[in-house]
Design a protein around this ligand. Structure first.
Ligand SMILES: Cc1ncc(COP(=O)(O)O)c(C=O)c1O
Length: 392
């Protein structure tokens, strides 16, 4: 199936009992097992089936199958949030004494997981600018187990070359490349096809698309996903609820048309901002002036709806803009059909210090826009009127 068909039909199950076109939400914690011997076989994973919703459920399984298909993965695992997906994907690969490498621009809570939590369990790290594959190669140590890259990166949209970094990772035995592809969605980018070992998504964002669920996905080789499920998910308990899985499933059906409009609108908004007297700099990989433009063109099928911009006048100007937008909502998160605006230093990247942020161009006068699928003229007019107020 091609992508526009796959987002709707891949793994779609019609209810075999009633014929319901949209498969039901299996909102149950446990399953009645046929007899003692089968219960033993199911619990020991000798037979496959549903036992208890922390171990798996039909509604979540349907979503997992669809994402595996969209990412061209052998298997996928649904989790309770993007962070649940990231922690399962990374922690399942490391033990005390191991080392990980990660990009200098990543989502703030992923940064906190790697810099504040994992070191207490004996996992060391090196932060590198992953837009330069040579820097990744130089950071590899004998005990490196994971290279973790977010591309496009939150919030400055830095683009890292997945194919080049995968080649470097695979020159060494036992190193897996994990890519957070949340900003792209499988519609625009398939990291596994480009050579990555594992792809993670915050399904809260573009996959759901309507801001109605918090969810995460890990996809990769079946053996890797099986190990993430048992024992890691089983013991961490970061389980995706059937209802949230169902909401993401419904959202996915319009992923293709939504992403097309997000990309189209974002390109127009980026060009408008680039020429605006109140804007110092626009960070959007679709602009020819962006340093990641060529790599993004090579590995993505569109540039997404995300961008950041430095506003002249610093935090005061940011405050005025954010308090006066009317179509954009002042809200964290991203990838919704509705346009959102946030202040990255205080909302998504507060886990980094001022100095750490400034070193990677996350400035105090910066806003991040999640450009929605509204009429783009309304979005541009909204930003224009708020920026005019900031000029006064
Ligand atoms: C790139 C990226 N990855 C992961 C996450 C975490 O996702 P969640 O909020 O679903 O845990 C976020 C959240 O904003 C994100 O922007």
């Amino acid at each position: 199936m091609k992508m526009n068909t796959a987002v709707i039909h891949a793994a779609q199950k019609h209810d075999p009992r009633t014929g319901a076109h949209v498969s039901p939400i299996y909102q149950t914690s446990t399953y009645v097992l046929p007899d003692f011997d089968e219960a033993v076989r199911l619990n020991q994973n000798i037979d496959q089936g549903f036992v208890y919703s922390r171990f798996g459920s039909p509604t979540v399984a349907e979503l997992e199958e669809k994402i595996a298909s969209l990412e061209e993965a052998e298997a996928a695992l649904g989790l309770s949030s993007g962070l649940g997906a990231i922690s399962n994907a990374v922690i399942s690969q490391v033990k005390a004494g191991d080392h990980i490498i990660f990009g200098d621009v990543i989502y703030g809570c992923s940064f906190a997981l790697f810099t504040k939590i994992l070191p207490d369990f004996g996992v060391s790290y090196t932060i590198v600018d992953t837009t330069d594959p040579n820097k990744v190669a130089e950071a590899i140590r004998p005990n490196t187990k994971v290279i973790y890259v977010e591309t496009p990166a939150n919030p400055t949209l830095k683009i890292s070359d997945i194919e080049e970094i995968a080649k470097i990772a695979h020159q060494h035995e036992g190193i897996n490349l994990v890519v957070d592809s949340t900003f792209a969605s499988p519609y625009l980018q398939n990291p596994l096809v480009l050579g990555a070992d594992v792809v993670v998504h915050s399904a809260t964002k573009y996959l759901c698309g309507h801001g109605t669920a918090v969810a995460g996905i890990v996809a990769g080789k079946k053996a890797f996903i099986d190990r993430c499920r048992m024992p890691f998910l089983q013991c961490f308990g970061t389980v995706l609820s059937p209802f949230d899985a169902w909401l993401v499933q419904q959202g996915l059906k319009t992923l293709a048309v939504r992403m097309e409009r997000h990309c189209e609108n974002a390109m127009k908004v980026a060009r408008f901002l680039e020429g605006h007297e109140m804007i110092e700099k626009v960070y959007y990989p679709g602009l020819e002036s962006n340093p990641g433009h060529q790599t993004a063109k090579k590995q993505m099928r569109g540039f997404s709806g995300m961008m950041s911009a430095d506003i002249k006048g610093g935090t005061d100007a940011v405050r005025t803009v954010m308090n006066n937008v009317k179509v954009f909502s002042l809200a964290t998160s991203l990838g919704n059909v509705d346009s959102l605006i946030q202040h990255s230093p205080t909302m998504s990247h507060f886990d980094m210090t001022l100095e750490e942020r400034a070193a990677v161009s996350i400035f105090e006068g910066q806003v991040r826009l999640s450009v929605g699928i509204e009429d783009v003229d309304d979005l541009i007019d909204d930003l224009d009127q708020a920026l005019k107020l900031a000029k006064k």
